[in-house]
Design a binder for this molecule. Structure first.
Ligand SMILES: [Zn+2]
Ligand SMILES: [Zn+2]
Ligand SMILES: [Zn+2]
Length: 127
């Protein structure tokens, strides 16, 4: 087996081969499985993980830049990661988005950056 070249210095989750589905703690409810903001009721299940406290993401993944890995924008589910707090990391080389400088935020609003769709990374050559 030839060794794969390192794509970046970013820490990747250990032990999860790319393309595999990993179960991670739900960022939106912090693993409690309950609605973290009590929108419907404090006793209702988290709308992101359905009450399980874990969500599935495809490896490799990285914390969602738009919501800073919290899964929430104020009390709303983050539209980029859908509340999971993690986004799949694109395969292949990537650049920090020049528009939002990797923050995933649209500079003019609270929405996700349109250039990188909130991921904070773009493929080289995209603009
Ligand atoms: Zn949850
Ligand atoms: Zn997010
Ligand atoms: Zn961007």
């Amino acid at each position: 087996m030839p060794e794969l070249a390192k794509q970046s210095s970013e820490k990747l989750p250990q032990g999860i081969p790319p393309g595999e589905i990993a179960e991670v703690r739900c960022s939106f409810c912090r693993g409690t499985g309950k609605d973290p903001f009590g929108i419907m009721s404090w006793m209702s299940n988290c709308c992101v993980c359905g009450g399980k406290g874990v969500v599935r993401v495809k490896a490799p993944y990285r914390p969602c830049p738009h919501c800073r890995g919290t899964g929430a924008i104020k009390t709303f589910t983050c539209g980029v990661c859908r509340g999971a707090g993690y986004v799949p990391r694109p395969a292949g080389p990537t650049l920090v988005c020049p528009e939002c400088r990797g923050s995933g935020d649209d500079p003019a609003s609270a929405m996700a950056c349109l250039t990188c769709l909130g991921l904070g990374l773009v493929a080289p050559g995209e603009s």
